[in-house]
Ligand binder design. Structure first.
Ligand code: ATP
Ligand code: LTN
Length: 353
């Protein structure tokens, strides 16, 4: 790691070359935890939109390794997965020449701003976060304070770069609301500082469901691997998992997320893989049964994932080049984060020497 992590937050001298951020474009920022390989859930809910938005916006995407340790991680695995996730961002279409791509722990300003925001966040409001309730029951043996304050660190990620828009899946809506409240509170108590961010949640694909329990979100940490399609699954694994996906007792291919969540989920997946609208899929498969439909979904997903997987393997094989991309990304991010944190320190009343 060649970044200097010890620079004074009040330092005026930049160690790194200035990169222009004229704010001609609006800013987006998002991130994912390197807690496992990424799934089509992460792709549909977030990554796909990052790729689509990156040219239109001033874009920053990070691998949120500080968030990942709110659940116990093996150090060697965390180190490897952080690089895996960065390579997967690129395989899915994030262009590091267009977007700033970095690892969160390489920019210490995230943790520094999180502390200040922690001192503005109410215990009661943070206690209402449903992700905390879910994760603390899933990890009852390790309900640590970091897990509790996780959404405040997420707010710091977003506010440090004055992001206008945050492309995420449906499950992050509540965290975005907290972020907005914290930004408004800081702006009110001190003076206008932070942009109030908006969530960007896709209409279709914001919540891909488990293939085995379609009333539950598909999760990269699900113990049952049959529930989840990973972006590095082989063709055979993809076909197999789709074939075994739980459907319901009906027989026709009609979208009804409430009554027939299993089929509705497969229709959403087929829509993402092929670009066919839900109405077109209904008419394409009218008169066909679940067996034929599942076969078509399996094939469309294989055709969609294969090139992503192949690009991923090539990118991941060249670790030095991946690290140098991340080094540049961190330098760029730090320069911007440093400017915001300096302002925040001043407004908070910390002594500048
Ligand atoms: P998981 O529960 O799968 O371990 P996570 O909650 O730890 O995931 P991240 O990996 O940090 O989440 O999620 C990255 C992004 O992907 C977030 O914007 C999240 O909303 C989105 N996402 C995760 N799972 C899904 C899903 N099943 N459907 C749609 N979007 C999803
Ligand atoms: N909490 C998010 C991951 C995350 C994030 C962010 C998303 C951490 N920091 C900043 C958007 C912006 C999740 O999906 N579990």
């Amino acid at each position: 790691m060649r970044l200097s992590l010890g620079r004074s937050v009040f330092s005026h001298a930049m160690e790194i070359s200035p990169v222009s951020n004229t704010r001609a474009k609006k800013t987006i920022l998002s991130g994912m935890q390197p807690t496992n390989d990424l799934t089509i859930g992460q792709y549909c809910g977030a990554l796909k939109n990052w790729v689509e938005l990156q040219n239109e916006y001033d874009s920053l995407f990070c691998v949120v390794d500080l968030h990942a340790i709110t659940v116990r991680q093996e150090p060697a695995k965390l180190r490897k997965r952080s690089l895996d996730v960065a390579a997967m961002y690129m395989a899915a279409g994030i262009d590091p020449n267009v977007s700033t791509l970095f690892i969160q722990s390489h920019v210490p300003e995230h943790a520094q701003l999180a502390w200040i925001l922690n001192c503005l966040a109410g215990f009661g409001e943070v206690s209402r976060m449903t992700q905390f309730k879910d994760k603390s029951s899933q990890h009852a043996d390790n309900v640590n304070v970091g897990l509790f304050t996780y959404p405040v660190l997420m707010a710091a990620d977003i506010l440090l770069y004055n992001a206008d828009l945050v492309p995420v899946g449906e499950d992050q809506r509540q965290h975005l609301e907290l972020t907005r409240n914290l930004a408004e509170r800081f702006n009110f108590h001190y003076s206008p500082t932070f942009t109030i961010p908006e969530p960007f949640i896709p209409k279709v694909g914001s919540k891909i469901m488990s293939l085995q329990e379609p009333e539950k979100k598909m999760s990269k940490s699900d113990a049952n691997e049959k529930s989840t399609i990973f972006l590095i699954d082989t063709d055979a694994e993809i076909r197999n998992k789709i074939k075994r996906a739980v459907t319901d007792s009906g027989s026709d291919i009609v979208y009804d997320a409430e009554k027939r969540p299993g089929v509705a989920n497969l229709m959403t997946i087929h829509h993402i893989a092929t670009g066919r609208s839900i109405a077109e899929i209904e008419s394409d498969f009218s008169g066909f049964g679940y067996g034929d439909f599942k076969e078509a979904v399996g094939e469309s997903l294989v055709a969609f994932i294969r090139p992503v997987r192949e690009r991923y393997e090539a990118l991941r094989a060249d670790e030095e080049s991946l690290k140098s991309t991340l080094r540049l990304g961190a330098e760029h991010a730090r320069e911007r984060a440093h400017k915001t944190l300096r302002k925040v320190y001043k407004k908070t009343g910390f002594v500048e020497l």
